[in-house]
Design a protein around this ligand. Structure first.
Ligand SMILES: O=c1[nH]cnc2c1ncn2[C@@H]1O[C@H](CO)[C@@H](O)[C@H]1O
Ligand SMILES: [Zn+2]
Length: 345
């Protein structure tokens, strides 16, 4: 590891956009399959990677999402969910990530009868166990899926509500954006509003900026997942500036899903300079073959972000966190102190 690599690694970071089922490790699949008597297409971790991780040939979000059909099969028990949540924090902590919001769709984990509230409970247990062991805090976000029906998604909101402030901090909408526009989910997120649950929405990833508008205006989103296509509509970009709504950007994933055609047109520098609240995140470490250190390294190498600019992206993440106020204040102080110790303003 050269000095620069060390530097990105040692930056105290946060990750606000990480999918639980995109964080499953191949070694864990081997263990779970052995314990549960499940058949595998390969006998070792390296052999499993093609089934779990996209390669450079990935052409679209739906192709990217097909990897989750495989990963979720191994995440159907309370023990498995707890373990993967724990390991997600362990991985993040090893990259000096001090706070992480881990999202997952409870309805994708009921193939063997696990109810949404049970899935949420077990994920939170895994987060708590990791918090006791590693220098990191973790909170959960429950996801509604675009291809699921109204009843299933309303059930997710109702299941999430009692956990608000008890390990869960928000709800989200994910899946195939191009096929299911956000206006189909107004009733679901009206319920989230009624239950006082903060909302973040995947929008402006596989479809246009108008979905960002709909997510903010009609679904009540106070953060946006990705939003890379925002620049297609200056008026909507202006709204995001005025309302100071943070963007959860996930560069490696965005290139793989072809949300952005290539690195030379990736809008993170542009958005940052316009004053949008840019945060930097991993999306799916295992599926994308990434980690939070790598996202910071790529962004600073490709777009010449200085350490001070990276620090301001980190602080954006802290400010945008759905973490409870007292904890957030402590996190802010901690990160400021660590940045100062690294000699970064
Ligand atoms: O970048 C993304 N855009 C939209 N949906 C996603 C993305 N990454 C993962 N998921 C979806 O969210 C589900 C629950 O975690 C995953 O199973 C996957 O279908
Ligand atoms: Zn995502």
């Amino acid at each position: 590891m050269n000095k620069r690599m060390n530097r990105w690694h040692s930056l105290p970071k946060v990750d606000l956009h990480v999918h639980l089922d995109g964080s499953l490790l191949p070694a864990t699949v081997l263990d779970i399959a052995a314990a549960e008597g499940m058949e595998l297409p390969a006998g070792d971790a390296a052999g499993l990677i093609p089934y779990m991780q996209v390669d450079d040939e990935c052409r679209s979000l739906p192709e990217y999402l097909s990897k989750f059909d495989f990963t979720t099969r191994f995440m159907q028990t309370g023990a498995a969910l707890e373990r993967v949540a724990y390991e997600t924090l362990a991985q993040a902590a090893s990259h000096n990530c001090r706070y992480i919001e881990v999202r997952f769709a409870p309805q994708l984990h009921r193939l063997r009868g696990l109810r949404p509230e049970e899935a949420i409970h077990h994920v939170i247990e895994g987060l708590k166990r990791a918090e006791r062991q590693f220098d990191i805090k973790g909170r959960a976000i429950a996801i509604c899926m675009r291809h699921h029906g109204r009843e299933e998604n309303l059930e997710v909101i109702e299941a999430a509500a009692p956990y608000a402030g008890r390990g869960l901090v928000a709800v989200d909408l994910a899946g195939d954006e191009a096929s299911y526009p956000p206006e189909l989910f107004r009733e679901v997120f009206a319920l989230a509003h009624k239950r006082s649950l903060p909302v973040t929405i995947h929008a402006g990833e596989a479809a246009g900026a108008e979905n960002v508008y709909e997510a903010v205006k009609n679904l009540g989103a106070s953060r946006i997942g990705h939003g890379v296509r925002l620049r297609e509509n200056p008026a909507i970009l202006q709204m995001m500036l005025e309302q100071r709504i943070p963007l959860e950007m996930c560069p490696v994933s965005n290139i793989q899903t072809k949300a952005v055609a290539d690195w030379d047109v990736y809008p993170i520098r542009d958005y940052f300079e316009r004053g949008l609240i840019v945060t930097l995140n991993t999306d799916n470490p295992s599926v994308s073959g990434t980690d939070i250190t790598r996202e910071y390294r790529i962004v600073s190498e490709k777009f010449d972000f200085t350490d001070a600019e990276l620090a301001s992206i980190i602080r954006n993440g802290v400010n945008a966190a759905f973490l409870e106020d007292a904890e957030k204040k402590a996190l802010k102080q901690r990160i400021d102190q660590e940045l100062q110790e690294l000699g970064i303003k």
